[in-house]
Design a protein around this ligand. Structure first.
Ligand SMILES: Cc1ncc(COP(=O)(O)O)c(C=O)c1O
Length: 361
């Protein structure tokens, strides 16, 4: 071991030495159906208008630390209650980290039913916090008894409920969410990353409880490259988070682009309507392949279990056809032979189905 390696081993916090960096598949040249991105770009006139705004956005000054323009347009675009405060993050990933830091005293616990979004556990362990969970049912519905049991016994400081859940796409019954909130003494974060594709939101209920925040992101409505997530809820919580948020976490260009995109929210909304339509058509078609078990989704992806050909074989074969999806096999016992496919445009969905037809012929 080199002297430098020894210094690293001696100085870096053990739980960081033990973890691996978040791995992102190399997607260059592939049809990308792996990361729940919106496939649609902006119409040419919108692009031209944005180019003009970008050219006139001065980058020599620090950004507005409050990003007030973005917040007020967010409130116009989404059903965020008037009385709610908003905190913005460099993607909701950053907000998950801030929330964990906020309550992360030694011995603090973070809870989420599993399988769910991988960053909850990753961020907990990078900060040396305990991550606890309870398993979903075999059909990925919420096992509410097991959930309430763990919460009552462990009383975690922070709870994440992805609603709809990633990678399963399910929107648990709202009564189960309320039961969790009423049982928990910790802060419950309803993570609504897939809000634009779901039939319900908790936003209009967020001010009714002492211990709830709703988290969202613009990533899935076509702005993944901007990195803009938000938390909405009571100011008592948001004020504390703002104390640890780095003051200029949302750059000048991100603020300008987000304001511009939010002032054209009708364009983004129309794209999500199309994706929801495509989701229903794709789910119906996927169910026709031998061994494919398709789970209902309220998000912009579809979870499929491949009971015939193994998930890895389907993943590899699609890759040979230049199509990238996500294999979940091996990530959780409930996800054996599962694949997660992002819903895309009619054209790309058809390319996926054509490739599957060749693989299964
Ligand atoms: C449930 C959930 N929460 C949060 C995120 C993070 O989103 P972002 O950091 O792009 O805002 C994701 C991303 O896939 C997600 O699936």
């Amino acid at each position: 071991m080199s002297e430098r390696d020894l210094a690293v081993q001696r100085l870096v916090i053990p739980q960081i030495l033990e973890t691996n960096a978040y791995h992102v598949q190399n997607a260059k040249g592939y049809i990308k159906l792996d990361a729940m991105e919106n496939p649609f770009i902006w119409p040419p006139e919108m692009k031209a208008e944005w180019a003009d705004i970008a050219a006139n956005t001065d980058v020599n000054r620090y950004p507005d630390p409050e990003a007030s323009g973005v917040k007020s347009l967010l409130k116009q675009a989404l059903p965020i209650p008037e009385a709610a405060s908003v905190v913005l993050g460099n993607g909701s990933d950053e907000l998950i980290q801030l929330l964990a830091m906020l309550v992360g005293k030694p011995g603090a616990k973070i809870y989420s039913p599993m399988p769910s979004f991988v960053m909850y556990r990753a961020i907990a362990s990078s900060l040396g916090l305990d991550f606890i969970s309870s398993p979903l049912n075999d059909d990925f519905s919420l096992n509410i008894d097991a959930t309430l049991n763990v919460i009552a016994n462990e009383q975690p400081e922070l709870l994440f409920i992805a609603w709809p859940n990633n990678p399963t796409g399910q929107l648990y019954p709202v009564d189960d969410l309320i039961a969790i909130i009423e049982c928990a003494e910790g802060l419950v974060v309803i993570d609504e990353a897939y809000m634009p594709f779901a039939s319900d939101t908790f936003l209009h209920r967020v001010m009714s409880y002492p211990n709830v925040l709703v988290m969202g992101t613009l990533s899935k409505v076509g702005l993944a490259g901007l990195r803009l997530g938000f938390l909405a809820g009571p100011s008592e919580w948001c004020d504390q988070i703002n104390k640890i948020r780095l003051p200029y976490n949302i750059g000048v260009l991100t603020q300008a682009a987000a304001e511009f995109a939010l002032s054209h929210f009708d364009v983004l909304k129309a794209q999500t309507v199309e994706i929801k339509k495509q989701r229903e058509m794709l789910a119906e078609q996927l169910a026709k392949y031998p061994g494919f078990e398709v789970y209902p989704s309220q998000a912009n992806f579809i979870l499929v279990r491949s009971n015939g050909k193994g998930a890895q074989e389907v993943f590899d074969s699609l890759k040979q056809h230049n199509i990238l999806i996500k294999t979940l096999h091996g990530t959780h016992p409930l996800l054996d032979n599962c694949l997660r496919i992002t819903v895309s445009s009619e054209q790309e969905n058809k390319m996926l189905l054509d490739a599957l037809s060749r693989i299964f012929c």
